[in-house]
Write a protein that binds this ligand. Sequence first.
Ligand code: C2E
Ligand code: CA
Ligand code: CA
Length: 709
Amino acid sequence: MDKKTILVVEDEIVIAMDLQATLIDLGHEVPEIITSGEAAVQKALELRPDLVLMDIHLSGAMDGITAAAAITEALDIPVIYLTAYADEDTLKRASFTAPFGYILKPFEARELRANIDIAFYKHSLEKTIKEHRQWLLAVLNSISEGVAASDTSGLIKFMNPVAEALTGWTQTDAVGRSPAEVFRFLDEVTRNLIDSPLLKSLHENHTVYLPENALLLSRQGREIPVADSAAPVYNDQGHLEGAVMVMRDSTEQRYMEAQLEHNALHDALTGLPNRALFLDRLQQAIDRSRRSPEFGFAVMLLDLDRFKSINDTLGHLVGDQLLVAIAPRLQTHLRNIDTVARLGGDEFAVLLEDVTDVAVACRTAERILEDLAPSFMIGNHDLLITASIGIVLSSIPYEQTTDLLRDADIAMYRAKARGRGDYELFDLAMHSQARKLMEREHALHHAIAHDELVVHYQPIVSLATHEVTSLEALVRWQKPDEPLIYPDEFITLAEEMGLITTLDQWVIREACQQLQAWQQLGAGAWVLADSHLARRANSTEPAPTLSINVNLSSNHFAQKNLVETFASILQDTGLSGHHLKLEITESVFIKNAKEAAAMLKQLKQLNVQICLDDFGTGYSSFSYLHQFPIDIVKIDRSFIQDIGTDAEKLAIVRAIVGLCHTLGMAVTAEGIETPQQRDILQDLGCEYGQGYLFAKATDGATITQSLRM
Ligand code: C2E
Ligand code: CA
Ligand code: CA
């Protein structure tokens, strides 16, 4: 051992001298012998010895323990106590000063030497540990990651300043608390709390990572995107000591990642999805349609006409600006689920999801072409641009995006070849079919605007008296020089086009006027003779009220001013509400039961009657019957047809008639074609009948004629 300076504090001078001599023998330096506590403190500060040998019992005011405490407080040097005897209390007090050893007097040289060696060894070890700890703290305090540690019971014992800043907790407040309280992590998407990684790593005994989309919820309620991991810590015996957690604010990183992803998948010029993203979504759509056949989609490939000449004559800058201006126009009529992409150059593509109907795809293409029609102001250039569109539907089973796009391309070139500013379907058969439908749409518009619709009337008779009680107004479409078109071919279309309310109101007005005109022809009950209407003028009984039945599409019930419209029709035509029966179907109640009920109530105030049409075909929930103010139930033709041959149908009709009567409603049977059917229904107590047995629907003029005969 190299030479050390040792301060000897001992008031028994003989022992002190002995110590000094022994220490010098051992190769150390003993600069002075001190005999009091006060002097010991002073000398230690002055000389800064390597070690102090301190007698516990000093004769002065300050004893050895107090002196040692003062010295170690100021200087980092080991102290060894000397004592001849010591009571428990003294030893306990001494132990608080963390001495490096005790030497009993009288001492032995060997013992002294061993004690001093151990003291120096322990001291240097402690110093190293202290240095390491300081170094570690400096590192922890200066790194940009948040670090926290817990003990084995899972309670926080350390937090660095970054962890403090992120959580909003100070270390002082956090120490001793559970990490679940201080480090609260949320899943960004589900908003659920995530198990504390620190506790989890402790319990599961391995490293735990936070999920990628984790947020740290600070004490003040701030949400910070973080990346985090926690790992258990072991001592050198391999025993668990606690866990340590490292976390990092990942706001920037997530933003960058999102940005990078966006850039990789979007067109820099227009901001639209690029080819890569489009192909990805298209592939997903293809896969989905193969998995679930009810899912369909359409792809439109759109190429601008004559874009190259704009580029060539006005320059690329104008061309680019035009492309930028086109992007939002393409999106005008698309839904959120659809994708518009720029594939490159002046080529765009649209993916329409959840589309199975060609007509929908064609309509969308038409709208896009219309949206592109108004001119674009680019700088001081007023530019007109058209596009050609090729359409492919998923009804052709594609497996690969390239095949599908190739066909869309073919269709697009056909559209271009036929004349620009048009669209074309790849499947030609489909194309002619779709064109027909489109034409029909245009034609229906035209029909309503140009009076091509006519109303035919079918009598409804009392099964008991055979008198005509009502006439159902049934619309037909009469194109000039063409056969009549029946409603089954255009009512659904009119509904889809939003034309049905206009159509129905036209029919109601027409029918009301017609009835009004017939009433003016004179009184008397109407009867049927060989399917011809006639008047039983000589009857003594008063003529029953003849009324008109009109069909109301359930779409009406979405309209606010329905009741006002009916009131004004009645007023304009001068017909009383008693003569009008509105036929509705159960779908009215399904779509919007509450509002429908309220509307029916209001309608009833106009004295009109409500018929429930096609009963038995739909939901046929009997619960509707008493929930809504229904006057007459019309049993659907499908039940009447088989009533003579099918016992089950007969039973159902009997039940319906019975129930309706219990509820105070009358029953009309639709589609009676044979006398047998009529007789059965009459036996069942059914009030009214309608069907070819009595008469088919005919136009108003024919009816007027037969009444005059
Ligand atoms: P609906 O209300 O059930 O009308 C009865 C349909 O059955 C009529 O067909 C009628 O001609 C037919 N029919 C009547 N008796 C018999 C029979 O004995 N045997 C057979 N096989 N058929 C018979 P139409 O005129 O073709 O009307 C079809 C449907 O179109 C109607 O069914 C109704 O739902 C709808 N519709 C007709 N006109 C209008 C209208 O002005 N507005 C609305 N919204 N729908 C209408
Ligand atoms: Ca009807
Ligand atoms: Ca019906």
